[in-house]
Design a protein around this ligand. Structure first.
Ligand code: RB5
Length: 150
């Protein structure tokens, strides 16, 4: 499975740990940066990861200090449903119920061991559709309506 990943400076160390862990399990990572601990702006990284997710139709992982800023930024991009997760239950539900295509993590909130488990749960869970489909469609309608207003 191919996955896009990106982080700001606060998430750099965690990103490197996640890449090493997932590569060891034969996942292919598209690394959208950042590539050092030098300060960058998390909206720029959110945009990079989102474009790969949408173009290649693959899941994405985004990381900043709390996961909040980068998830807010990613969720401004049409077609992105980013879920900020710090536990496996939320990660599973974000896929089953919300069809999230991006997982956001806070590097100052979660340790690498749990982060990898949460990501694996996210990647191995499918959208349940059924009664959840119409709700996700309503999210898409909200998105379309807000773009039309501009
Ligand atoms: C960077 O210091 C920090 O503000 C950023 O990583 C993130 O936590 C913002 O939401």
């Amino acid at each position: 499975m191919k996955i896009a990943i990106g982080c700001d400076h606060a998430g750099y160390d965690l990103k490197q740990e996640i890449i090493a862990n997932l590569q060891a399990e034969n996942y292919t990572l598209v690394d959208c940066g950042t590539f050092s601990c030098n300060a960058v702006d998390y909206p720029d990284i959110a945009a990079e990861v989102a474009s790969v997710v949408l173009e290649q139709k693959i899941p994405g992982i985004i990381i900043c200090g709390t996961g909040v800023g980068i998830s807010i930024a990613a969720n401004k991009i049409r077609g992105i449903r980013a879920a900020l997760c710090d536990n496996c239950y939320t990660a599973r539900m974000s896929r089953e119920h919300n069809d999230a295509n991006v997982i956001a993590l806070g590097a100052r909130v979660i340790g690498p061991g749990l982060a990898v488990e949460v990501i694996k749960t996210f990647l191995s869970t499918s959208f349940a559709a059924g009664r959840h489909l119409g709700r996700v469609e309503k999210i898409c309608q909200l998105e379309s309506a807000s773009y039309k207003e501009e």
